[in-house]
Ligand binder design. Sequence first.
Ligand SMILES: *Cc1c(COP(=O)(O)O)cnc(C)c1O
Length: 396
Amino acid sequence: MEMKKETKAINTPYQRRDAYDALQMPVYHALAFEFDNADVMADAFCGRTNAPDYSRVLNPTVTHFEERVAALTGAKEVSAFSSGMAAISAMLISTARAGKNIVSSRHMFGNTFLLLTQTLDRFDVKARLCDLTNPKEVESQVDSNTCCIYLESITNPQLEVADVRELAKIAKSFGIPLIADTTVVPFTQFDAQAIGIDFQVVSTTKYVSGGATSLGGVIIDYGHFPEISKLIKKDSVFNLGAYMTPHVAYMQTLGLETLKVRYDRQAASALEIARRLSSLPGVVKVGYPGLENNPYRKLYRELYGEQGGAMVTFDLADEEQCKTFINSLQMVHRATNLFDNRSLAIHPASTIFGPLSPETRRAMDVDDTTIRLSIGLEDPEDIYADLEQAIKRVVE
Ligand SMILES: *Cc1c(COP(=O)(O)O)cnc(C)c1O
């Protein structure tokens, strides 16, 4: 039966009935698996069958989570990791080698920025950081030593959207993959392959887990670069040892089942709140790709669908006001994370990007005046009321 995504998220069956016909995929909290004889054992260890042997490389509960993500995205292969950063580093290690360069942007999740500019740099992989919204500039940076173009679907906290389709054309003309961190828009909301993405990397810690239950990450591989695919599974999963654990896979599978309803609710609340914040005295500007006056609204809709997601930023006059705002919140939580069931607020410049130098922050366009919100599942009236009273304290 042909199923829509919401149905698939819940009804993707697991491969083999368990001994008790459990309705849900059981959590196989087992490290090792036994074999009937030497031959089937050798076949499993040499990858000639996909029977699990050892839970650092294959676990049935994790496999089931990977299969559900594949069912929702149409991917050829999905690999699950212990965090978003584990997925991103495995992806880039599988793609790059000494002497190569990666064309990317300064508008980047903090740890990815450091992975590119420090960790990989030590292995002689160079980051070429440019303006990904300017295809001409990107084209001028790519050369025969470029191993991939890497971008984030919508950057955080700058909320910048590059035209993935243009970048895909450039990548294609050089025969290299376009790799996108699409954490900020759930993979159920758009067709990554149709807009030209070859590999998606996602921190499933965020939208997929939902209730902030667990860290996780996936590489969603559309099978366009078989040599890289082979390295992801055989090299990075096995040798780097950051495969997802079974209990996490269980929690993340539950998260997948409710992803769409949570997203719909959070995105609707976020739009409402972004609109109301826009006309509140004291708020200098609001960043939200669903707002009518947002410069990326049209492009964002074309790429990622009608809804603008649950991340909203706004600016106050200065850093002092941002701190007063954060300190005045009564319900919205002072915490990092995105797309939690609870609403969260953070001042990115002094926290996530705090360890970087002021010059680096400026180069990354992380402003001292910006607050980032993640809108949760609470009643939107309550969320707005808390934001409003905290902003009133600032302008008093
Ligand atoms: C959170 C996040 C990551 C890192 O994910 P972890 O699961 O915390 O390792 C990477 N990219 C983006 C866009 C994120 O928001």
